[in-house]
Ligand binder design. Structure first.
Ligand SMILES: NC(=O)c1ccc[n+]([C@@H]2O[C@H](COP(=O)([O-])OP(=O)(O)OC[C@H]3O[C@@H](n4cnc5c(N)ncnc54)[C@H](OP(=O)(O)O)[C@@H]3O)[C@@H](O)[C@H]2O)c1
Length: 253
């Protein structure tokens, strides 16, 4: 059985905790966080504490905290014998000041209160030596069927790719919703289109899947749509996206 201490009480801490307590191979010894009301979430199933200086001895200590404080909080565990890992897509392993360092990055978007099945979530792991990497592999495999050994460079690139496919795409949904609301059309009408857009790239490449007036270079439609947009920021994004798509398919027109 692998013993774990989780530091942090936010989204990732809660989702990891929920997954670990379902596994017979993992024992969550303790959750440490500065926010006492958030610690209540964990109280029924493990010990909790606000004292970062007194972590229970464990095999692995998971820092599921904001990127900016990973280094600062890892100072508390400088002398710990545990393997200390963070869960960030972008922070370097070297941000940690512990003796044994690693990364345990679950590549998914976590939102408060939205249950997630960990079995299908890719977990990207990294450590400094093979025995620590094996330990992380065992921990990751206890909750997920998708475990990847990924270097820091690869992880940073993956994180940027994830920003495009998740954060930016989600912002496009927000713009779509605003445009619907401005015109008294329910946003829900777009749901089947949103689902099909993401489903079809499991069958064909994004390049093949692209449709729309920019790909066709349908000038009249492009001008008409641009003139209908009320907000300057919507127009700017429309122009950048249109020009980029036109450039990508230009040779084929
Ligand atoms: N959310 C995602 O979708 C996602 C996905 C993959 C990886 N990650 C990574 O996972 C990590 C945690 O993200 P999250 O989404 O769980 O963030 P979050 O919900 O905002 O939680 C952040 C945690 O860090 C704690 N914290 C922040 N500053 C602190 C300080 N100075 N001292 C002590 N504790 C402090 C917060 O405590 P308070 O509540 O007291 O502020 C909270 O418990 C990040 O490295 C993030 O990049 C996130």
């Amino acid at each position: 059985m692998i013993s774990v201490v989780i530091v942090g009480t936010g989204n990732v801490a809660k989702h990891l905790f929920d997954a670990f307590i379902q596994s017979e191979k993992v024992l969550v010894n303790q959750v440490i966080g500065r926010n006492k009301s958030q610690l209540k979430y964990f109280e029924k199933n493990t010990k909790t504490s606000s004292n970062f200086e007194k972590a229970y001895p464990s095999d692995i200590l998971i820092l599921a905290v904001s990127d900016d404080v990973i280094g600062e909080l890892s100072e508390y565990f400088r002398k710990s014998n545990a393997l200390v890992v963070h869960t960030s897509g972008s922070a370097l392993k070297e941000t940690l000041s512990s003796q044994r360092k690693g990364v345990f990055y679950p590549l998914q978007t976590f939102t408060e209160g939205q249950k997630i099945d960990f079995e299908t979530i890719p977990i990207c792991i990294e450590a400094e030596d093979n025995s620590d990497l094996e330990l992380l592999e065992e921990l990751a495999s206890s909750i997920s069927g998708q475990v990847f050994k990924i270097s820091s460079e690869q992880r940073k690139s993956l994180h940027i790719a994830a920003v495009y496919v998740n954060n930016f795409t989600n912002y496009m949904y927000q713009i779509g919703k605003e445009i619907c609301e401005e015109n008294n059309v329910p946003f829900e009408i777009l749901m089947p289109l949103i689902r099909e857009t993401s489903n079809k790239i499991e069958r064909i490449s994004p390049k093949e899947a692209q449709t729309g007036p920019a790909r066709r270079n349908d000038r009249k439609t492009l001008h008409a749509q641009l003139s209908l947009l009320k907000k300057n920021e919507h127009r700017e994004i429309y122009k950048i996206m249109t020009n980029t798509i036109k450039a990508a398919y230009g040779k084929e027109l």
